[in-house]
Write a protein that binds this ligand. Structure first.
Ligand code: FEO
Length: 169
């Protein structure tokens, strides 16, 4: 089984996106941690771990299918945010962008008749639905809470993001 040649660069680009997302979530977690919003901070530290796991799934899949991945620099990261809503909106925008990238990879796998890659990518299709939903709900909760961010802390404490259930393959 060999990863189709045309998929190698897009897969490398996805590794970059996933590592960028991981580092970006640490930056967002640090923003909340610095503001003593520990539950929000922990939420984003966990999200960072998940994104790292996503990147590693691509790394391992490429190697399993005979393609050597190129480990990239991350894209430029943002460390300053004007408000909690600004930080979470940025996270949601990032998730929507990743969803578009995953959909494009699925389209490419179909065009290339790369069924193994298509099967691998389906996990990410499902994952992105959940991540966009989680981030959308968090943003709405922050907007509803207004100035009382302790309500958001309570919400996050009661609704932790799903555990990174699947081990890295
Ligand atoms: Fe791995 Fe949430 O993108």
């Amino acid at each position: 089984m060999t990863l189709r040649k045309k998929m190698i660069e897009p897969f490398n680009a996805q590794i970059k996106s996933e590592f960028t997302a991981s580092a970006q979530y640490i930056a967002i977690a640090a923003y909340f941690d610095d503001a003593s919003l520990k539950e929000l901070a922990n939420f984003f530290y966990r999200q960072a771990d998940e994104e790292h796991m996503h990147a590693m799934k691509f790394v391992h899949f490429m190697l399993e299918t005979g393609a050597k991945p190129t480990i990239p620099d991350t894209s430029k990261l943002r460390n300053e945010f004007s408000s909690p809503a600004d930080a979470v909106q940025f996270a949601l925008d990032q998730e929507n962008a990743v969803t578009d990238q995953i959909n494009n990879l699925v389209d490419l796998s179909i065009a290339e008749s790369d069924h193994a890659a298509n099967n691998f990518l389906q996990w990410f299709v499902t994952e992105q639905v959940e991540e966009v939903d989680t981030m959308t709900t968090l943003l709405q909760t922050i907007k509803l809470a207004g100035d009382n961010l302790l309500l958001v802390e309570d919400y996050v404490r009661r609704n932790p993001p799903h555990a990174a259930a699947q081990p890295v393959e």
